[in-house]
Design a protein around this ligand. Sequence first.
Ligand code: MCN
Length: 788
Amino acid sequence: MFGAPIRRKEDPRLVTGGGKFLDDLGRGALAAAFVRSPHAHAKIVDIDVTDALDVDGLVAIYTHEDLPGRVGEPLPLLIPHPTLTHGRTQHALAKDEVNHVGEPVVMVVARDRYLAEDACARIRVDYEALPPVVGIEAARAADLLVHDDVPGNIAAHMLQEVGDVEAALANAPHVLELDLAIERSACMPMEGKGVYARWDADREELRIYSSTQTSTGVRAAVAAKLGMPLAKVECIAPDVGGGFGVKINHPWPEEVLVPWVAKTLGVEVKWVEDRREHFISSAHERGQLQQVRVGFDDDGRLLGLDVKFWHDNGAYTPYGIIVPIITSTQLLGPYKPGTYRCEFWSLYTNTVLVTPYRGAGRPQGCFAMERTMDAIADELGLDRAEVRSRNFIQPSEMPFDHGLLFQDGRPLKYDSGDFPASLDKLKALVGWDDFAEYRDRARVEGRKVGLGIGCYVEGTGVGPYEGGHIQIETSGRVNVSTGLTSQGQGHETAFAQVVAQELGVPIEDVFVTTGDTRRMPYAVGTFASRAAVMSGNAIALAARNVRAKALRIAADALEVAADDLEIVDGIIRVKGAPDTQMSLGTVSVMSNPLRYAFDEAAKAATQFAGSNDPDKPPVADDDEPGLEGRDFYSPTQATFANGMHAAIVETDPVTAEINILRYCVIHDCGTMINPMIVEGQVHGGVAQGVGGALYERMVYDESGQLLNASFMDFLMPYASEIPHIETDHLETPSPLNPLGIKGAGEAGCIPVSAVIASAISDAEGFAITSMPISPVELWELRQRHASG
Ligand code: MCN
């Protein structure tokens, strides 16, 4: 049950084609398609739709001018921040100007998608091309501006400092400087975005299905944009084929426009994103240039860390600057920096906008910190693991307050963790102490092998809240709902495990619903590795309330004290006298004044509390009817998971091909609900990390065209590129929440670029400072280092 590595309940359905994804719905709906900007930066001079009007099956064409009221206003800026002095969001359809290739300009609705695309192809948009800003260097130079009214292309400039870093660097026995870079990549879920909306004219109700990570957010945003009462708008996330961050942006332009058209025309409309649209009009992440100055003593202990970085936020900032703030606050990982200053600039470029992608700014921060740790070890000739361990925050120092502000504006305070124990486990797993001998032997054989390491700490389970609703049917089966959505994380299983444990019912009798605003209207969403902490605890609290009520009713009926009762396999029984018992279903009937139960439980209930007996009212005065309850969990701060990875990598001496021979993970996400799910999450994260380290990048040309906007050219690793991942766990429970849980969903991907860079550096004998790295780039680096 809780803590057991049981197989996921949802998998038989999902792996045998039984999933119901967005495009499985609304088969007869009209289709929407979009004319998107071919320019990275341009003024819209004229839009001529005349030729498209002849297309058979065309229903409607809309430009920005056609959008009424709030539908035509810029989309919301979700996370403002005091340092975000120049936040900008896009219009659902571009007004006057486009700022990246792929920005939606015209919406077409037709009988089917083919006809809609035909009509799109006949629409002429005249643009006056403007010079684009492409890449961080161009944005920094600021010779050209993305938004005329944003000087220096700077959306935000932020600085946090703890202690006097300049003084620490001035007095440090050793100071090193590093220039580092991470390129853009993207989430690339198997299922792209999509939205399907239908209007019920009689009831004046709008139902939206969206492949989203935040159904309550979509509902609220659409209701506000369309000026509708919330009560008349529902949003349901069906099965979602991956999100990884990109499906949070409530609302995306299409998520406003499709429901608006459904309501305006009184029809059903659907839009399903194709892969090219996903590349050029969803979101990217990762791109940063970093400069590090670090001061340390002869033992490798940090005295001062000064980090500056420039973050590419693309053309708009719907998410504010959440990604660079996360980089700046979680860069420190498990270490005490002595003194720390971090300053960043979040810069506009004429490229696809940037929103959180699994890891959300942490892979970049981890790269900066871990490359720095390796540089210190190399400088002093010390063991790389030893340098790390000398700088660890110790378990005795927990909770540890860094003196910085976390992204939620609260103090950056680690709740728990045992970094020395994690490192010991990692070293044992990978065989750290024996590796030098293996590497030297391999070198004699003409082989290049290297061992890399990377450590991270990850703030997870952020608030503000999440809820859980539990209802025990008269049959004894348990319905559970929580408002956040699922994209493949195994929530149906994990939350059922929580409830089975708390209520003492068989897991087969627990049914979990997520992401349906009809079932749970209050929710925030699935991101920031928060579902297990937030909904897991909310559901546990709700289950505890329902259990207490069930025991109270049963105690009364059985004429014993509630404390003398236990629940085993859905049966409430007297401890030590198990024959005195009644089922949870029976109690459910007893708590239901209408007694609508057509099963055994009803008969049993009548036996205990005859429905016609006025002396035994089914519901106590202070009880609500039904065996059900709702509760919410709202944490005081994030809980901090951590992990350490090591990889052994071999590079071909001739071709510079890079092979990962072993990949080892120690992971600590507090108490685990289901270790098999956690391991699956870690494996998926590592796989995405390997993509980011060795294969995936967004290649823009100078004019802002994305040159590799298809899976022919953007390389995602197959299973054949992913090494066997050896995983072991440490469970340091969080003291902050009742279940002791920390999040696990993003962890796997955070240190991978740092670890692989560390291993390649070890194999090659020179430092890798930019990721991803291809064999060609490694080969060129070799030539450069060989020629001095
Ligand atoms: N879990 C557990 N014990 C813990 C922590 C987590 O058993 N101590 C389980 C949870 O119950 C849940 C899973 O592990 O089933 C992940 O939990 P959590 O860390 O809370 O993460 P979320 O469920 O909030 O998922 C979000 C996270 C993020 S932020 C991204 S991005 C991501 C990820 O999950 N996107 C994913 N994993 C993904 N996995 C799939 N298949 N698809 C995505 O889009």
